[in-house]
Structure formats: structure tokens, C-alpha cells
Design a protein around this ligand. Structure first.
Ligand code: TYD
Length: 203
């Protein structure tokens, strides 16, 4: 089962990812936790260019995210799924549609097509979207890298973009209120994951 976590910076994705991973492992599932961009040696090199590489064109940035994703899916995500593991991935293709598309203005359909190409069509079984007002997310994260330094309008477009995508695919997305405590967000996420595991006949 392939689960992705999406949401704006400061929405608590990484905390949820760790909590979810621990809770599922405690129940005997084999779980791998991963993230984009930046898994493995190749991913780490790309992440370093993305975060600290100075100014770059939107197209160059897009292709770095896609290169990271293509390699990540091929060498990491697919083998883990084929081995029957639950893969929890902190950010995936929806981040590209939202950040490079809704927020930076690149064409949404083109981005969807490039995502399909990069992932060979691997779509998550479940996407947990952590939703919260942009100003709350921004205030939770001290600006730490090139990608965090964006205007308020950008952060609003990111939130609205994620919510729009969730509306387009209600069967895949579950929207979680990220204003709640980390414990409550984890409990909400586990309920959704449990329902999916039951549907998949894994519990
Ligand atoms: P990161 O430090 O991993 O932030 P976070 O903890 O919020 O995930 O930085 C990743 C940044 O890259 C984040 O601002 C979102 C952005 N991003 C894109 O713009 N496009 C993408 O396809 C992905 C995966 C991330």
C-alpha cells in the first residue's frame, strides 16, 4: 500500500509520517518511510541543488523534482511495494502539481503528464492532505531554504491548490485538519489508514 502525505510547509507532515510509521510497525506491518525530494544518494544531491543551488529557472526546478521522483519510484518505492511493504512518502506528485502549477503557474495538465511519465503511472492508494491556514504554517517554520522564501500569495495558492486537487480525487485524498494537536492528527490519520487496510483485506 502506497500512502503519501501532502500539505504546506509547517503542516506537520514529517511528525505525522513518523507517528504513522511507528503505529503501523507496532501492529506488525512492514513499513518504509521515505520523502521527496532527497531519498538516497542521487536524491540527496538533487535536494542539495534544489535547496541551496541559488536562483534557477522554473523549468530547471521542475525537472530536478521530476528526476528525483523518477529515480525514487524506480529504485525505492516500487521495489518496496512489490515486497508487500507499506510505503509512506512525505510529498509526491501532488506537490509538483500544486507548487509548480497552482503556485508557480506552470500548466497543470503538462505537470500531470510529466508526473505520469516520471512515475510510470504509479499513483498513491491514499493521500493524506494536512490542511491549515497558510499564516499558521508559515509561523511554524523558520525560513530555512530557497524554497521556503515565497510570498503570502504563494502560500495561499499552495493551500487552495491542494484543496482543489483533493476535490478532484476524493477517493484518493483524505483531508485532515492540521490545526489540531499532533496526537489528534495521528489518530485521524490512523482511522483513515485502517479503513483502507480493511478495504485491501490487510487487516
Ligand atoms: P522540505 O525542506 O522537504 O520541506 P517540507 O518539510 O515542507 O516537505 O522542502 C521541500 C520543498 O520543496 C517544499 O517547499 C515543497 C517543495 N516541492 C516542490 O515545489 N515541488 C515538488 O514536486 C516537491 C516534491 C516539493
Amino acid at each position: 500500500m502506497f500512502i503519501t502525505l501532502e500539505g504546506p510547509d509547517g503542516s506537520g507532515k514529517s511528525t505525522l509520517a513518523k507517528g504513522l510509521c511507528a503505529a503501523l510497525q507496532a501492529r506488525g506491518f512492514s513499513v518504509v518511510l521515505t520523502r521527496e525530494p532527497g531519498e538516497g544518494e542521487f536524491g540527496a544531491s538533487i535536494r542539495s541543488i534544489l535547496l541551496h543551488g541559488g536562483d534557477m529557472s522554473q523549468k530547471a526546478e521542475l525537472f530536478l523534482f521530476l528526476a528525483d521522483r523518477a529515480e525514487h519510484v524506480e529504485s525505492f518505492v516500487k521495489p518496496a511495494l512489490e515486497a508487500g511493504k507499506i510505503v509512506i512518502c512525505d510529498r509526491y506528485a501532488d506537490s509538483t502539481v500544486v507548487y509548480q502549477g497552482y503556485a508557480r503557474g506552470l500548466h497543470l495538465d503538462l505537470l500531470r503528464e510529466l508526473n505520469t511519465f516520471a512515475t510510470t503511472g504509479l499513483v498513491p492508494d491514499l493521500t493524506l492532505l494536512l490542511d491549515l491556514p497558510p499564516e499558521v504554517g508559515i509561523s511554524r517554520v523558520p525560513e530555512k531554504n530557497r524554497l521556503d522564501s515565497a510570498s503570502a500569495d504563494f502560500h495561499i495558492a499552495v493551500r487552495n491548490g491542494f484543496l482543489a486537487e483533493a476535490k478532484l480525487e476524493p477517493g484518493r485524498f483524505a483531508v485532515l485538519d492540521a490545526m489540531r494537536s499532533a496526537e489528534d492528527v495521528l489518530a485521524g490519520a490512523l482511522e483513515v489508514v485502517d479503513a483502507r487496510l480493511r478495504m485491501a483485506g490487510r487487516v
